[in-house]
Design a protein around this ligand. Structure first.
Ligand code: C5P
Length: 227
């Protein structure tokens, strides 16, 4: 079972509100993307390490040149297009697996990544890091508000880990059907493939809005990665 790594990094981060894509914001002397890459250097990946970049992303290509093991791939309009472009660029065998991880989640813990991979190896099921929700969640639809049963709700995080061929087929099918796919797991769920949830630490946040940057810095400090 070879394990590959795929880092989608072709987003523009519309909700971040900066002209610089959020993954290239500076945080204590390096970019958010570099904080994420540094962490993955400590994870045993025996396959390829791919990063999906926007076309003409000079900053991204510069960064790739400093990481000998990293291969760039050009992404697409939506996250699912970018992930599929990455999967199509993998030189993969029938038993290969892939971990897909948002470049904008620099605080993921190696212990959680290891637990996720161990879960996939021991069960043979694809799985994702996720968190049980603590807030009461409201749904607003057609002018009416209703509440969902919190005990059944989890927030999906990354990495998300699946067999390469199954994920590639599921994403190809979902995109051809025109479905909106915001994570890898949903592409498999829509065709009835079971997906397991592995509980991960709450500090694995996705940098989304500008104020999240201070929180990322706080978590990196708390984890001892930043003095
Ligand atoms: O936009 P969002 O925060 O959901 O993006 C999650 C991840 O997907 C980020 O790492 C982003 O760079 C990536 N992405 C991508 N291609 C896109 C859109 C997002 O690789 N077209």
């Amino acid at each position: 079972m070879t394990l590959h790594l795929l880092l989608p990094a072709a987003g523009i981060g519309q909700r971040f509100g900066h002209s610089t894509p959020k993954q290239y914001c500076q945080l204590a002397g390096k970019t958010v993307a570099e904080w994420t890459l540094d962490l993955w250097q400590h994870v045993a990946i025996d396959g390829q390490r791919l990063i999906v970049l926007r076309e003409d992303d000079a900053v991204g290509l510069d960064m790739v040149q400093q990481h000998a093991s990293l291969q760039p791939v050009t992404g697409g309009a939506e996250r699912a297009d970018s992930v599929l472009a990455g999967l199509n660029a993998l030189d993969t065998g029938a038993d290969d697996w892939v971990m897909v991880h948002d470049i904008a989640r620099p605080c993921v813990r190696t212990a959680d990544i290891d637990r996720l991979w161990h879960h996939c190896q021991s069960t043979g099921n694809g799985a994702i890091l996720a968190r049980p929700l603590t807030d009461t969640i409201k749904r607003q639809h057609d002018g009416r508000v209703s509440s969902l049963d919190r005990r059944q709700l989890w927030a999906a995080m990354t990495p998300q880990c699946f067999p390469v061929i199954a994920l590639r087929e599921a994403l190809t099918e979902a995109l051809a059907a025109g479905d909106s796919i915001t994570d890898e797991a949903s592409a498999l769920e829509r065709i009835g493939v079971p997906v397991d949830l592995v509980e991960g630490a709450a500090d694995n946040i996705k940098l989304t809005r500008a104020d999240d940057l201070a929180l990322v810095e706080f978590y990196l400090r708390q984890q001892g990665r930043l003095a």
